[in-house]
Design a protein around this ligand. Structure first.
Ligand code: ADP
Ligand code: ADP
Ligand code: ZN
Length: 207
């Protein structure tokens, strides 16, 4: 299956992706995770990406599109398809993706924007596997329930950067809802519900 998870920062894309890849046995392709791996490894891509991510801006399209194109060309994606999380983030990226891959469905995880600041500033992620948690539900735990890795706060999950990311979402990413609606590929789920309820709605709509 070739599916995109679309949604604002903090909407729950990563959280749902973890559950979806288990159920559908499809590779999870997260551009944010790819950039963070490159930043950790201090690769040339990582150095470029960090300068934009720290400011809450999008990494330039020529870098991002190339990474996704290469990743989708790998054998696992060629065989099983993909669950794209965090890409595309603007109309240009969507048009480029249409040139090299056949997107089947786009799941729009819709969350009231007023809730996102709290979700993002309270987010803690596993430094090893990337799993997302929220301080409100961790009861003081500092390690990952899946792999035991240390939970950390992402450098870009601070209030100033979040405001910028939400503005970028509204300006550049939100128009993709209409883009995929016109293409007849969009399904929308209510991302304000509990994690399990959102998951159930996505599964139902993916069929
Ligand atoms: P995204 O990948 O879209 O940026 P995440 O999956 O990392 O979002 O989730 C952002 C934060 O919100 C995390 O702290 C996560 O635990 C929390 N979260 C995710 N889904 C829900 C939900 N349905 N209800 C409440 N909190 C959620
Ligand atoms: P979020 O939790 O905000 O959805 P991600 O982990 O998806 O965060 O992305 C983190 C950052 O990585 C973004 O704020 C952006 O700077 C960069 N990034 C991720 N995906 C893309 C993309 N498709 N195009 C450009 N920049 C991206
Ligand atoms: Zn982990």
């Amino acid at each position: 299956m070739n599916v995109i998870l679309l949604g604002a920062p903090g909407a729950g894309k990563g959280t749902q992706a973890t559950k979806l890849v288990e159920k559908y046995n499809v590779p999870h392709v997260s551009t944010g995770d790819i950039f963070r791996t490159n930043i950790k490894g201090q690769t040339p891509i990582g150095v470029v990406a960090k300068s934009y991510i720290d400011k809450g801006q999008l990494v330039p399209d020529e870098v991002t599109v190339e990474i996704v194109k290469n990743r989708l060309n790998e054998e696992d994606c060629q065989q099983k398809g993909y669950l794209l999380d965090g890409f595309p983030r603007n109309v240009f990226q969507a048009e480029e993706l249409d040139k090299f891959s056949n997107v089947e469905k786009v799941v729009n995880v819709s969350v009231d924007l007023s809730k996102l600041l709290k979700r993002i500033t309270g987010r803690r992620v596993c430094s090893k596997c990337g799993e997302s948690y929220h301080v409100d539900f961790l009861n003081g735990k500092t390690d990952c329930a899946r792999c035991g890795g240390e939970l950390i706060q992402r450098a870009d999950d601070n209030e100033a950067t979040v405001e910028k990311r939400l503005a970028v979402y509204t300006e550049q990413t939100k128009p993709l809802i209409e883009y995929y609606e016109k293409a007849g590929k969009l399904v929308t789920v209510d991302g304000d519900k509990s994690i399990d309820a959102v998951f159930a709605e996505i599964c139902e709509k993916l069929g």
